[in-house]
Design a protein around this ligand. Structure first.
Ligand code: SAH
Length: 386
């Protein structure tokens, strides 16, 4: 009920020849009006529903009102001038294909569907009016755009280009009155929209286990987990990422937020480096696993599961008894249940007793729409490994 995706196989007939991104009416087989959505000629998801209200046209005022509602839903989250927060989260906010991240005075935007791509100008005007930002930058470089037959598109949409490094405080929910540490965000050259906002609150959760700990931060990107761990009093930090530019940003973040803390920055493949550490007999008190999305489509789930199991097994083998594993998966196609089974499999193979002490998910600026379970994609298990 009220799921926003209509797959090509579910469509009996298409009347006329709607253009990509055009608003279309959806009727049941018996001719009853059901909903209104956006057509996509290329994607298997042929229509994305945007309203179930027959009175509501999908025009420019609709777009603006929907963005306003998304913004109203984030009231109180990272409001300050250096706050960073996802303001629009695609289908979960009723705006299929539109992602808007606020990084202080700048907006970083992804338009991932034909519907949003053809409305880029209207989206830009609405955002400029509602946020009065210094600049709006587009980062529609995601591979999802390929499925829509769209090319990547990056560049300045409005105002001034963002500087190479912005000093911001991503929403962290450390508690009322607590100010999260500043982090450097690279809107133009960084990954995705510039930063992984979905992990902001989890960094603080994991840091609670890091006092005096030797911390291994796998898939560190710009060092978010390490920075919080350092501030919580970690004894040592080891960061692993394949991207040299990510590690450079991580180093700058640690210099800014945790000066004097020594960190080992390792440019390499986590699968390989963890095997090397195991061979060397290295151990850690806390291991964070925050890999990129392993499953991009149904037929990749099995391979993804093997990948998750491999790194979780290795991480458990590197943990001293009583150590903490913070293991994440951002593959929406891997359900929380399957993810837990994978970690279970790793624990059995590692011959370790593993307790789940906390379950983590995406931050409150990435809401889950009940009629769209796909919007729940990030899951984390905080485990004590004996
Ligand atoms: N933990 C980060 C986000 C991680 S995103 C944060 O809190 O912000 C995933 C990261 O994994 C990216 O930086 C990417 O460069 C890196 N990566 C992808 N494949 C990798 C691999 N096989 N080994 C090491 N790093 C990898």
């Amino acid at each position: 009920m009220r799921h926003p995706w209509i797959f090509s196989g579910a469509i009996g007939a298409v009347r006329g020849s709607p253009a990509g991104g055009e608003a279309v009416e959806i009727h049941s087989a018996s001719g009853e009006w059901l909903a209104r959505g956006f057509y996509s000629g290329e994607s298997q998801i042929r229509v994305r529903v945007a309203t179930w209200d027959s009175e509501q046209p999908l025009d420019t005022p609709w777009l603006r009102t929907a963005i306003e509602r998304a913004v109203a839903g984030r009231a109180g989250l990272a409001d300050g001038p250096d706050g960073a927060c996802r303001m629009v989260f695609s289908e979960a906010d009723g705006l299929p294909g539109l992602i808007v991240d606020r990084y202080g005075p700048y907006l970083s935007v992804q338009m991932l569907t034909q519907a949003m791509a053809v409305r880029a100008d209207a989206v830009t005007v609405a955002l400029a009016e509602l946020f009065d930002p210094r600049g709006i930058y587009e980062r529609s470089d995601a591979d999802v755009r390929e499925k829509e037959g769209l090319l990547s598109h990056e560049g300045l949409l409005w105002g001034e280009p963002p500087p190479e490094r912005l000093e911001l405080r991503p929403l962290s929910l450390l508690g009322a009155g607590t100010v999260p540490p500043p982090m450097l965000v690279d809107l133009q050259g960084g990954q995705k929209t510039g930063h992984y906002l979905d992990q902001a609150a989890n960094r603080a959760r994991v840091a609670a286990y890091c006092r005096g700990a030797n911390v291994l931060d796998c898939f560190s990107y710009s060092g978010g987990f390490s920075l919080y761990a350092a501030q919580a009093g970690a004894a040592s930090l080891t960061l692993i990422d394949t991207s040299a530019s990510a590690l450079a940003l991580a180093q700058a973040n640690l210099a800014l937020g945790a000066p004097g803390v020594t960190a080992e920055l390792v440019e390499g493949d986590v699968f390989r480096v963890l095997r090397q550490y195991r061979a060397e007999g290295r151990t850690f008190d806390v291991v964070v696993l925050d890999p990129p999305k392993f499953a991009h489509s149904q037929h990749q789930i099995e391979r993804a599961a093997r990948g998750y199991k491999d790194i979780n097994l290795l991480a458990m083998q590197l943990l001293r008894p009583g150590g903490v594993l913070a293991s994440f998966s951002c593959s929406g196609l891997v359900s929380p249940d399957l993810f837990q089974k994978i970690v279970f499999g790793a624990a059995v193979d590692a011959h370790r007793d593993v307790q789940i002490v906390e379950r983590l998910g995406q931050g409150p600026d990435h809401p889950v729409l009940l009629t769209f379970p796909e919007s729940e994609y990030l899951k984390g298990l905080l485990c004590r490994v004996w």
